[in-house]
Design a protein around this ligand. Structure first.
Ligand SMILES: [Zn+2]
Ligand SMILES: [Zn+2]
Length: 424
């Protein structure tokens, strides 16, 4: 017996309504905000991610699915979207389009990480990017998009967490302060943080280990070390968020480990998923395009794991709006009735009416029981009498005993009338 590889899941039919609803809501909200869909390849040159995500990150050091193809090329299944989208922006000369270029996508990403609830080695991500604009009003727009999206999905108790991690001008002074502070607490921090201090020091701030929490709480804040430009950028963003009535919490622990991440970092949190309560995370990456060989291109974006969104929806008891379920059951008794029922079934479906039909010549009782289970509104019954008269007996499931004989030729018209009347 085969099972799905560790860290992968099947999205079964009973979960599909959540996914359809999420995808529909994403399409609606991105359209309102003017973000166009882009699709990038599932694999890219490995060096794109080594440069675009960065050596020293868990992703590049431990989590990538890399392989050589039969032409001896080094390729990697995408571990995130941003690098591929910036690559596409540069490759297709999108710099000549009106800026910012607003893009979104969804699809699988691949990371060899520790498997836990809502986190998989193949998982589906929703991703938003806006490229070519430094105005903090764009940061406010992206955050508003996230806010509208999660509100429209129905999440309750949303909280916006905000930080600024500065820029290549002001970050060195902050790093110095952080390293000096941690230098005086070396014996108190976890082994992971000891390593992080050498490779990727900002990441000590999002350590989850119990023993590091008091140290993190006393660490210097990046906000206190911002240069004039970064300070003004943050102040302007906060003014826009205040204007829109979007409350936020400054959180000095929100960081991105790499140099090309700049200024704004944010997460949206939703209650109900315990320790992993971020439903999205994002920020500015004004230095990334240059790192990939392009010209300076300020940009901001965020990503959201969709399996986690589904998990949070379930935990918050969010009800999905009705999806199409069968409204009519075809019920037959005997061979000739089955033939007529199959013809009528096909005609109803062509007319856009969702129908159910039981195979295997089961008893009237069994077929009616199945119709009840499906929750249909009408049953169309064809027995020997109906066959001879080219008629059908129509039963409204809610109104017990309300039987009606109609000509098969009139069935589509009558069914449509009844369904319309019933739904008004
Ligand atoms: Zn700065
Ligand atoms: Zn630690």
């Amino acid at each position: 017996m085969f099972t799905a590889p560790r860290g992968t899941i099947d999205i079964l039919p009973e979960d599909q309504p959540y996914w359809r609803f999420l995808n529909r809501t994403i399409d609606e909200v991105t359209a309102i905000f003017g973000y166009q869909r882009i699709d990038v390849p599932i694999f890219e040159e490995t060096s794109l991610y080594v440069r675009g995500v960065g050596e020293g990150t868990d992703i590049v050091d431990k989590e990538m699915y890399s392989f050589k193809d039969k032409g001896d090329r080094d390729l990697t299944l995408r571990p995130e979207f941003t690098a591929g989208i910036v690559r596409a922006y540069l490759q297709h000369g999108m710099k000549t389009l009106p800026q910012p270029v607003r893009l979104h996508t969804t699809g699988p990403i691949f990371r060899y990480e520790r498997v836990q609830a809502g986190r998989y080695r193949q998982h589906t991500q929703f991703d938003i990017e806006a490229l070519g604009e430094l105005d903090p009003a764009l940061d406010a727009e992206i955050i508003s998009l996230a806010w509208h999206l999660y509100g429209r999905i129905g999440f309750k108790n949303l909280a916006l967490q905000l930080n600024s991690i500065g820029c290549p001008q002001c970050r060195p002074a902050y790093m110095q302060a952080l390293l000096a502070y941690y230098g005086s607490h070396l014996s108190e921090i976890c082994p992971d943080c000891q390593r992080r201090l050498e490779r990727n020091p900002l990441r000590v701030l999002d350590c989850k280990s119990e023993q590091c929490q008091p140290i993190i709480a006393g660490a210097p804040h990046s906000q206190d070390y911002l240069c004039e430009e970064c300070r003004e950028h943050l102040a302007a963003l906060c003014r826009y968020l205040d204007l829109l009535g979007r409350s936020y919490t400054m959180n000095h622990r929100l960081v991105r480990g790499l140099d090309y991440y700049t200024k704004t970092v944010f997460e949206v949190w939703a209650q109900g998923i315990g320790a992993q309560n971020a439903v999205c995370g994002g920020g500015r990456y004004d230095g990334l395009a240059e790192l990939l060989g392009g010209s300076h291109t300020p940009a901001i974006g965020f990503g959201s794991g969709m399996e986690r969104l589904v998990l949070t929806m379930k935990e918050q008891g969010i009800v999905i709006p009705e999806v199409t379920t069968p409204q009519v059951a075809l019920v037959y008794l005997g061979d000739e009735a089955k033939i007529q029922a199959i013809e009528l079934l096909d005609a109803l479906r062509l007319a856009g009416i969702a129908c159910s039909f039981e195979f295997g010549d089961r008893s009237l009782k069994a077929q009616m029981r199945a119709a009840n289970r499906e929750g249909v509104r009408l049953a169309l019954i064809i027995g020997a009498d109906e066959v001879a008269a080219k008629q059908v007996t129509l039963q409204q499931m809610q109104a017990e005993g309300a039987l009606q004989r109609i000509a098969q030729a009139d069935a589509i018209h009558t069914v449509k009338q009844l369904l319309i009347r019933g739904s008004s």
